[in-house]
Design a protein around this ligand. Sequence first.
Ligand SMILES: Nc1nc2c(ncn2[C@@H]2O[C@H](COP(=O)(O)OP(=O)(O)O)[C@@H](O)[C@H]2O)c(=O)[nH]1
Ligand SMILES: [Mg+2]
Length: 411
Amino acid sequence: MVELKSRTKKTATPPVAAPEPPTVPPPVGIANLPNQRYKIVSEQGGYFTMMVAGESGLGKTTFVNTLFQTTLKHADPQRNRFSPLKKTVDVDIIRAELEEKNFTLRVNVIDTPGFGDNVNNNKAWQPLVDFIDDQHDSYMRQEQQPYRKVKFDLRVHAVLYFIKPTGHGLKPIDIETMKRLSTRANLIPIIAKADTLTAPELKTFKSRIRQVIEAQEIRIFTPPLTNDIKEDSTEAVAMEHARQLIESMPFAIIGSENTYDNGQGTNVVARKYPWGLVEVENDAHCDFRKLRGLLLRTYLLDLITNTEQLHYETYRKLRLEGGSATGDNDDPSLPVKAPARKLSHNPKYKEEENALKKYFTDQVKAEEQRFRQWEQNIVNERTRLNGDLEEIQSKVKKLEEQVRTLQLKKR
Ligand SMILES: Nc1nc2c(ncn2[C@@H]2O[C@H](COP(=O)(O)OP(=O)(O)O)[C@@H](O)[C@H]2O)c(=O)[nH]1
Ligand SMILES: [Mg+2]
């Protein structure tokens, strides 16, 4: 695993404390959270775990580096692999630490290189879903111990699903994967490499995706909206901010690890084209700032509480009841219900079972071969002994003959 400190503390514009544009009301920074909630988080260590998912080459790694304004490097590539899932999709765990005032937020990023790279992408979502389920399972087991001190908690608070900027629509694998992820974690779909689409294309693409998400009943994370609030109150401002965020979904994202002079003497994180710069932190160019604000600032606590109170509780209930919360066992998009079902349905176990079967057959074949060889050896030995016996018998005959001749001569 990689331990690193983001440059948050040192840079002039730290990712967590970056000023928001005038159009968006300034959201509450993580250090300014109401005391009680702040306490809850800090006592639990201020952990936030986020998963990035989607096809290779969509800019997931670049996005993570952009988010933490640093290049995350793996010291030892072997140790970064989450071994149980090695065979299909690798799972990299990257740790970062964000500091704001006296508050430290430890961020775990789960990267999933290799997703959807196979010729047959049927069930490509399985390793992602397994990872999320396994974390819930591990947490549940630790909680069931007599001393309920949870030492290891990698429950995923947010899954960023990267959608390819085709401009057409969602692929079946996107829909299937998002469906399954959304019943287990807070799903945030994003349009990758938004700079490859023109503004009108992006607009149409966004609305198409929204339609599919709605039609397929994919439950994406949305900032909570409450009615009955007084106008001009802080809540009203927050509601307006939430509404703006919801309207921008799915967020269009641009990632870059380079900075360029924007012509006004300021260095900005951007992608450079012959016709100009596409700025990551410019709301007119993409939704990067909105997403960062949602993740690490405004809705961080909602993502965490939602994970604990909705997704983890659902998982726990399903596992303990041995049936789904709705009483309907057949929805494949829901988390696994009972260990037996998981065993038989999980390709990981299927693979192990097949390997064991093969091992057993090979062993039996080898033993049979050994037995036949042994049998053959015995036959050979008997033939040899028989041959020897005949030889000895004929020698005896000859000797008897000689004895008789000698006796005759004697007379
Ligand atoms: N045009 C464009 N290219 C990007 C963007 N983000 C990343 N890339 C490029 O896409 C390629 C793949 O990026 P990478 O982060 O390795 O993708 P990953 O496989 O999803 O982790 C690299 O050449 C990046 O420079 C983006 O927002 N726009
Ligand atoms: Mg990558």
